[in-house]
Design a binder for this molecule. Structure first.
Ligand code: PRP
Length: 177
């Protein structure tokens, strides 16, 4: 375990299993629909690429980079688009892929934006759900794991840009702030 972590919540193997399970469910639901899968950078980069490798249907891949946190541990509530889609959203069945739903600000903003742009449907898949963090009303359609109200890092998720490359998910030890 990385010395800056307090504990591991989900091992590499547990994540792999969960990703396969989610990919199977989503593939069944989207059979014949050719969805546009949108990974929300940077946190969901690892989850998105692992997920689509396990999906059994044809799909199109795109990414958006949005930011709400800056380098703080608290969400600012403000969502900025740092990099937009390269594919038009109009008429598409979109699957937004997130690493974590915390306050919900990011997803509420993105879902609204994509419907405004004429998406046919927008569903959300998030590996992690932190229900205690929620400040706005939004839920993903598919979740992997529930996490406690702690600072979670690894498997794409950072603290101040660190720890994204860890293959497992754990709780950051705030003594190392
Ligand atoms: C994190 C995470 C989600 C969002 C969730 O992204 O990846 O996108 O925050 O938080 P919310 O539900 O409170 O909006 P962040 O803005 O830190 O950018 P990053 O993915 O590049 O680390």
């Amino acid at each position: 375990m990385h010395p800056h972590l307090k504990e591991i919540l989900f091992s590499r193997e547990q994540i792999e299993e969960k990703v396969k399970e989610l990919a199977k469910v989503v593939s069944n639901d989207y059979e014949g629909k050719y969805p546009l899968v949108v990974g929300i950078l940077k946190g969901s980069a690892m989850f998105t690429t692992d997920l689509i490798k396990e999906m059994s249907i044809d799909l199109e891949l795109d990414f958006m980079d949005v930011s709400s946190y800056g380098n703080a541990t608290e969400s600012s509530g403000e969502v900025r688009i740092l990099m937009d889609l390269s594919t038009p959203a109009v008429g598409r069945d979109i699957i937004l892929v997130e690493d974590i739903v915390d306050t919900g600000n990011t997803l509420k903003f993105l879902k609204g934006l994509l419907y405004e742009r004429g998406a046919k449907s927008v569903t959300i898949i998030s590996l992690l759900d932190k229900p205690d963090g929620r400040k706005v009303e939004i839920e993903a359609d598919y979740y992997g794991f529930i996490v406690p109200d702690a600072f979670v890092v690894g498997y794409g998720i950072d603290y101040a840009e660190k720890y994204r490359s860890l293959p497992y998910i754990g709780i950051f030890n705030q003594e190392f702030l």
